[in-house]
Design a protein around this ligand. Structure first.
Ligand SMILES: Cc1ncc(COP(=O)(O)O)c(C=O)c1O
Length: 346
């Protein structure tokens, strides 16, 4: 990359191996189901997460949208976190396009929901006045609270609750491989209880485009129709899927390196006077840092000075930032960033 970009892992550029794979990809018409590279990617995604089938879509937003459209009907309610991406940052698409009502419950500091909050949010199916609760959506890792991984045991409990009430369980696993690396367990164990899972090939896995949805064969065939309805049926998409295959084969296994650089960054910055970081909460590739009250600059002013040094950071508030590491943020780059902060705050 030609800059130091810590705003998000979405900014990561494809790797040389991805560009090479894209240039030589075998292709066909994927709307006809004839693109061999897409078919290979969908099969690999399903197998990796322990589900029957997979679907390649353009983005994490589309992955969540087609999943919820496939599970829910108009007027149905989906229980989700008040800090989750689907509720906050997906343009209200489940409501606008699917007539699905989000029922939000608090996301706790560790990324979980209180099981009693879930229970209390489930509607009385006998009451003619109430919408029908159809689904519970978890986000793993839960990024609205700084990237908290949810354990397999917790997810299994939510799964049990969903089953008790006949609800579907969807996991926005946009960063499921980060969660798996943080918990040191296979991603498939984290999603065993889920009916559907979305995950991104971009972000930490570095593909230029793409996300996957996995679930049962029957669910995926409905999701495929939804993708087509949204205009997301792609033709010679093998060119993109080729990068996705490299993402899955080469990048999942190294994602813990991004967690190591996040920790290096957090520890280095925490040593500087004027910066406050809760190191316990650095679990994946995200660092949330706060400027102490003694610092005479706002976050925007610091961000502007960093930008002058070729470093981009994501602002979260007047006195806080979110810094996200990825493949292109090496340990040497981290040292450069720490030095820049030190100079600016001196
Ligand atoms: C948790 C989570 N879910 C979904 C998405 C949506 O992904 P995309 O930007 O590819 O639509 C994001 C994007 O940052 C995300 O952080």
């Amino acid at each position: 990359m030609d800059r130091i970009d810590l705003r998000s892992d979405t900014v990561s550029w494809p790797t040389p191996a991805m560009r090479e794979a894209m240039a030589t990809a075998r292709v066909g018409d994927d709307v006809y189901g004839e693109d061999p590279t897409v078919n290979e990617l969908e099969a690999l995604a399903a197998e990796t997460l322990g589900k029957e089938a997979g679907l390649f879509v353009v983005s994490g937003t589309m992955a969540n949208l087609v999943a919820l459209l496939a599970h829910c009907g108009r007027g149905d309610e989906a229980i989700m976190g008040d800090r989750c991406h689907t509720f906050l940052y997906e343009v209200g698409s489940i409501a606008a396009l699917g007539g699905i009502q989000p029922r939000t419950i608090p996301v706790q500091a560790d990324g979980t929901f209180d099981l009693d909050d879930i229970r209390a949010a489930i509607r009385d199916s006998e009451d003619i006045h109430q919408p029908t609760t159809r689904l519970i959506a978890l986000e793993n890792a839960q990024c609205g609270v700084g990237g908290m991984p949810l354990t397999a045991a917790y997810t299994a409990e939510v799964g049990k609750l969903a089953e008790e009430f006949g609800l579907k369980l969807h996991i926005d696993g946009s960063r499921i491989f980060n969660a798996a690396a943080a918990l040191n367990c296979p991603a498939r164990e984290l999603v065993e209880a889920a009916d559907s899972v979305s995950f991104c090939l971009s972000k930490g896995l570095c593909a230029p485009v793409g996300a996957m949805v996995v679930g049962s064969r029957e669910f995926i065939s409905r999701a495929r129709r939804m993708r087509k309805a949204l205009g997301g049926g792609m033709r010679q998409a093998g060119v993109l899927a080729a990068a996705g295959l490299v993402a899955m084969r080469e990048m999942i296994g190294r994602i813990h390196e991004d967690h190591a650089t996040a920790r290096q960054l957090a520890e280095g910055l925490a040593r500087l006077p004027g910066i406050e970081i809760d190191l316990e909460r650095v679990r994946i590739n995200m660092v949330i840092m706060r400027l102490a009250d003694s610092v005479p600059y706002t976050a925007d002013e610091i961000a502007a000075r960093l930008r002058e040094r070729g470093i981009l950071v994501g602002g979260r508030g007047e006195r806080s930032f979110r810094l996200v590491t990825h493949y292109w943020i090496t340990p040497a780059v981290v040292e450069q960033v720490i030095a820049a902060f030190e100079e600016i705050l001196a």
